[in-house]
Design a protein around this ligand. Sequence first.
Ligand SMILES: [Zn+2]
Length: 183
Amino acid sequence: MENRQKNYGSVYDTKASMMYNRFLKQYNDWLSGGPIPDTGNQDTKYFLGQQRKRLEKRGLHRDSSIELRGLLASAGAIPPKVGKKYTNVTEFRTAQRNTTYSRGGRIIGKFRKKEILYQTITFANEATVDGTEPCTCPSCGAVSQIKALFEGCPYCHTRFLMQDLYPKVAKTSAIPRKRSKEH
Ligand SMILES: [Zn+2]
């Protein structure tokens, strides 16, 4: 994988950076118990939902926040992968994640982790997407054609605009740079 500071001058540059920051803000809210980010696609939302369920099952409370820090705190990207109908842009930033785990009000672990936080953002190519493509309803999760979602989802009847459907964060992951346990 090619990692570098971005300099590819793509039209996706600014849009992908904006999406990255919007998702990060929502992700931070989610880490503090807020709603699941609506800038994430269905897979991302499902993944985050499962993660929270696992914590709840184990009776764990997590307090966590991510701060962009370090060399690539503002820029870092892999050149876009341009497909026929969709373009995927992967952006990354150097960050620090502070996490506290507690159970029944007692702190059981505190972690400070330096990481590289990746987000892959999927854009629809406006010139080639014709509306017949399958898309997951952001509201109820049922799959319909894009054009059906414009007219109102056949299942939940919510209407969407193209900007409600794309771009979305299709994947997020973090690679540790250094790990230190405080307690
Ligand atoms: Zn729906």
